[in-house]
Write a protein that binds this ligand. Structure first.
Ligand code: HEC
Length: 290
């Protein structure tokens, strides 16, 4: 096996191993960064919903309390305010969803569908569970969801959600008495669920990964070409020439030119040594001849 082949085999093995390891590590890192970014967005959305709920209770409802007896104003209901506001996000956020998914909702729009009902049941079974995060397939693409339990911690909620008899008449007029009642104190009645599309950050991560791998491979190829060029020029060519010259000298041909002695590296010194050896040999031969 020639020097070049051995050299290139080792180089290729190192390149392939390096590419595989850095590919694995960077893919993992980029994907988990993409997921973290989506989780942050979902957290922001659910915090916004929380803020809207608070604003509605503290700053809107007090001003409208007196009017509620005559006509019920859903604008004073935190669930309505949060759902309606986040439902109005501009078109570019059409896939960002917020829902107060409830098993027995006042407004049928809030009824938990199968997978949301599963989340609610998990919160019901495990009181210490404060948050669930997961990924699901929605409309052909992946979406990440975050869910928080909706627990009735305040007896005031039961005015409108315990029995129709306790609820304001104006509310019954609007919503009927069939749904949204029978809730208990400390019961988990539903889950706040936000859903954020994963496709954009995941595609961006895939693209970053591809760019990184291509540039890494390009660096490797460049290194490969340069090292091979240096190997040829600085080692293989001079050594082949010296081996040829040694062959000639060994058969008594002293007519070939000497090696230039200008080069100061190991190969240059080898050439100098060779020249000296050849002159000694030539002199020795001459002495033998005379
Ligand atoms: C003044 C009556 C009233 C009070 C008090 C009230 N709610 Fe409601 N709640 C409603 C109405 C009406 C809706 C339906 C709003 C809509 O159309 O989106 C609703 C909706 C909800 C929903 C969404 C699911 C559904 O039923 O449609 C949740 C969750 C909820 N309320 C929880 C609470 C909690 C928790 C409290 C106490 C902090 C509370 N509510 C206090 C009237 C009330």
């Amino acid at each position: 096996m020639g020097l070049r082949l051995r050299f290139n085999l080792v180089l290729t093995a190192v390149f392939v191993a390096g590419l595989a390891v850095s590919g694995y590590v960077s893919y993992d890192l980029l994907q988990s960064n993409a997921r973290d970014e989506v989780v942050r967005k979902a957290d922001l959305l659910i915090s916004a919903a929380q803020a809207i709920r608070g604003y509605t209770v503290q700053e809107v409802r007090p001003h409208l309390q007196d009017k509620l007896a005559a006509t019920f104003l859903p604008q004073t209901v935190p669930a309505y305010a949060a759902t309606t506001t986040l439902g109005r996000l501009p078109d570019q956020y059409r896939d960002y969803l917020y829902k107060e998914a409830t098993l027995n909702p006042t407004n049928p729009r809030d009824r938990a569908v199968d997978w949301e009902a599963d989340l609610v049941q998990r919160f019901k079974r495990n009181a210490s569970l404060k948050r669930l995060v997961g990924v699901r397939e929605a409309a052909g693409s992946q979406a990440l969801y975050i869910a928080h339990p909706i627990r009735i911690t305040n007896a005031a909620c039961l005015t409108c959600h315990s029995t129709p008899a306790a609820a304001p008449a104006s509310m019954l007029k609007r919503y009927g008495s069939a749904n949204g009642f029978g809730w208990q104190l400390n019961e988990v009645v539903g889950a706040q669920v936000v859903s954020v599309p994963m496709s954009v950050p995941v595609t961006a991560a895939d693209r970053a990964f591809l760019t990184f791998m291509i540039s890494l491979a390009a660096v490797f190829v460049l290194l490969y070409v340069v090292l091979n060029w240096m190997l040829t020029r600085m080692i293989l060519k001079p050594i082949t020439a010296m081996s040829r010259a040694a062959d000639e000298v060994s058969t008594g041909n002293f007519d070939i030119p000497e090696f230039a002695e200008s080069q100061k590296d190991e190969i240059g010194r080898l050439g100098t040594s060779f020249n000296r050896m050849r002159r000694s040999l030539q002199q020795a031969m001459k002495m033998i001849e005379t």
